[in-house]
Ligand binder design. Structure first.
Ligand SMILES: [Zn+2]
Length: 336
């Protein structure tokens, strides 16, 4: 059997064997007898993104072995789409990250049913922080995305994350996603995190360290009581982007300038890409933000999503950490 497949089955077994004593399946919990914050760490929203799931298990195992490390509160670990995960697929019938909606008919799909039970179970739980951890199958790129009006997000990221690329969204941008469910509907501080390439141990490290540092941030564990994996170097910048626009890459999509890279500037009115029956035109001044590998020949496969990102730099951060003016984002998985 394929090595990745064996790993996934072991992970599923782990979730089943350590299932929290609750009605929601594939949920693990570490609980301190002392009252405190509640956090939810989610992985496997897309079933083929195994690296963040490995990170969940790694952290749960540590609490299992030494429950006293959790000084207060409750840490929940959710494998969001176990059926897709078992099959090694992004989803079985419908992208689970589009199922957080009100319409009844979608409950008929495997993912729709799973989302109903997730919603039902968490209907009354008030979380302090939710992390939705993703990885990408092609390319290597890291990004944290969060709702623009979430109070204190920059402070949290400054203290807990070394990723450096942050994107904010507003309104219904992440329609029917887990992010919108927890952030917009439930008002929980929620972060969607692209942790990197799924095959890289660095990706497990990013997910694991983010969880540990979140627990430190909320004072649920003592600082340095759980060693970080620390496989990824710190970035020396913070760049915050506002997502401006979604672009669907049509057949034959190509950038006009084949050398475009993160930071490339596109002027309002400029045609920056062409496709078989038309072109893409910038509706405002923008910069480009994209993972290195998207410039390879396989660009059409990689580009499943194109988004404009803009930052007007409304956040105040350390002066040595610079802000871009505006940006445009292209990525193969992206949280949505
Ligand atoms: Zn994903």
């Amino acid at each position: 059997m394929h090595r990745e497949k064996i790993k996934s089955l072991n992970y599923l077994d782990y979730f089943q064997e350590n299932q929290a004593d609750v009605s929601l399946k594939y949920l693990l919990q570490s609980k301190s007898p002392t009252e405190g914050s509640k956090v939810l760490f989610v992985a496997g929203v897309h079933g083929d993104e195994t690296a963040p799931v490995a990170a969940l298990i790694k952290l749960h195992k540590i609490f299992n072995a030494k429950p006293e490390l959790l000084l207060k509160g409750t840490t929940s670990f959710l494998l969001a789409n176990p059926i897709a995960f078992k099959k090694g697929m992004r989803y079985v019938q419908y992208d689970l990250n589009r199922c957080f909606q009100e319409s009844v008919e979608d409950v008929s799909t495997i993912e729709g049913k799973r989302v109903s039970s997730i919603r039902e179970y968490f209907a009354k739980t008030e979380f302090d922080i939710v992390l939705d951890l993703h990885s990408m199958l092609v390319g290597e790129f890291r990004l944290v995305i969060f709702e623009k009006n979430q109070v204190d997000s920059i402070n949290y990221l400054d203290k807990t994350s070394d990723i450096g690329y942050y994107a904010t969204y507003q309104n219904n941008f992440t329609h029917n996603s887990l992010l919108s469910e927890f952030s917009n509907k439930k008002g929980v501080q929620t972060f969607g995190i692209e942790c990197g390439n799924n095959k890289s141990i660095k990706t497990v490290s990013v997910a694991f360290d983010q969880m540990v540092r979140t627990l430190e941030y909320l004072e649920m564990i003592q600082v340095d009581s759980i060693p970080l994996m620390g496989r990824v170097e710190k970035t020396d910048f913070i760049q915050i982007f506002d997502i401006r626009e979604t672009i669907k890459p049509h057949p034959g999509f190509n950038f006009v300038d084949p050398d475009v890279k993160t930071g490339s500037y596109i002027k309002k009115g400029q045609i920056y890409a062409t496709y078989k029956n038309g072109y893409n035109l910038a509706h405002e001044n923008l910069n480009l933000l994209l993972p290195k590998t998207s410039l390879e020949k396989t660009i059409k496969k990689l580009v499943t999503l194109l988004r404009f990102i803009d930052s007007k730099g409304k956040y105040s951060i350390n002066e040595n950490k610079k802000l871009p003016s505006v940006a445009f984002f292209v990525c193969n998985c992206l949280i949505f």
